[in-house]
Design a protein around this ligand. Structure first.
Ligand SMILES: Nc1ncnc2c1ncn2[C@@H]1O[C@H](COP(=O)(O)OP(=O)(O)OP(=O)(O)O)[C@@H](O)[C@H]1O
Length: 260
């Protein structure tokens, strides 16, 4: 009897971007950038100022369209879609500065973000279904804001606002969370707790974090893949120790060669 070798089907990437290029008035902000992300990954993207990190997130969310290249999310070509259509597919973004509804409570902020949300008025004044309420309390537990559920979001500390915003992405049921510099402006303790929150979400959620704070990067990356962008393209990719010891990475961060 002859045994047949069964090869597992390769798993498709959650997000696959290939050969992206984007110029602004002749300046090439993104150059032949390719990026592949597996479902459940927690990927950190680092790079010096002006490396193209924000522009890359703008390309994923449809805020900016590339001049050339392809972008597939769950095997669907998302380049022809507008920002709202891409958001509806399940790509959620958290900007560096928190954008919560400051005059609404923490609980209301999460209601307003629920997947398929029904517009501000309907969201706040129509009945929240028991299953939705359960989900909100689950999220409040995850983001450790249960005791602040009835506080106005505007009264929260900076770190808490950032956690609320991550909770809002969870309420949207985002499949891919794009998180831009979550540790900016945080105390060391808040930064550490943010790292713990992101680590607790990894696996079940797919997350791309842009970050400068290397202590934080080491906390969340551990042996996960880190992508280094430089001049609009991927300079290096690998475990955090690997990229931190890469001569080219040291050179672009320090502006000189580490060893001659
Ligand atoms: N709309 C625009 N018009 C012109 N130039 C732009 C535009 N958006 C970005 N750029 C340029 O593209 C380059 C990449 O910018 P981007 O903001 O993506 O970098 P970054 O890696 O996010 O930097 P930082 O860490 O400082 O936020 C920069 O040189 C920036 O000036």
């Amino acid at each position: 009897m002859s045994a047949t070798l069964q090869l597992a089907e390769p798993k498709p990437f959650l997000l696959a971007a290939e050969g992206l290029n984007k110029s602004f008035q002749g300046f090439r902000a993104i150059k032949d950038l390719s990026f592949y992300l597996d479902k459940g990954e927690l990927r950190t993207v680092i790079g010096p100022n002006g490396a193209g990190k924000t522009t890359f997130l703008d390309l994923i969310t449809g805020r900016t369209k590339p001049d050339t290249g392809t972008m597939q999310f769950e095997n669907r070509d998302i380049l022809p879609m507008n920002e709202y259509e891409i958001y509806r597919l399940g790509i959620g973004r958290k900007f560096q500065t928190p954008t919560v509804y400051t005059d609404h409570t923490v609980y209301e902020n999460l209601v307003l973000s629920l997947e398929g949300s029904r517009g501000v008025w309907r969201s706040l004044f129509s009945k929240v279904k028991p299953s939705e309420k359960d989900r909100i309390f689950e999220i409040l537990n995850i983001i450790k804001l249960k005791d602040s559920a009835q506080r106005k979001a505007g009264e929260l500390a900076h770190g808490q606002k950032q956690w609320l915003e991550i909770g809002m992405l969870l309420a949207q049921n985002a499949k891919l969370l794009l998180v831009d510099e979550p540790a900016a402006g945080m105390t060391d303790e808040e930064t550490h707790r943010t790292g713990e929150l992101l680590l607790s979400l990894a696996g079940e959620h797919t997350i791309v974090v842009i970050e400068h704070d290397m202590t934080f990067v080491r906390q969340i990356a551990k042996d996960r893949r880190v992508t280094v962008l430089h001049q609009g393209t991927v300079l290096c990719e690998g475990a955090v120790d690997f990229v931190q010891n890469d001569e080219r990475v040291i050179e672009v961060y320090l502006g000189r060669k580490s060893k001659q």
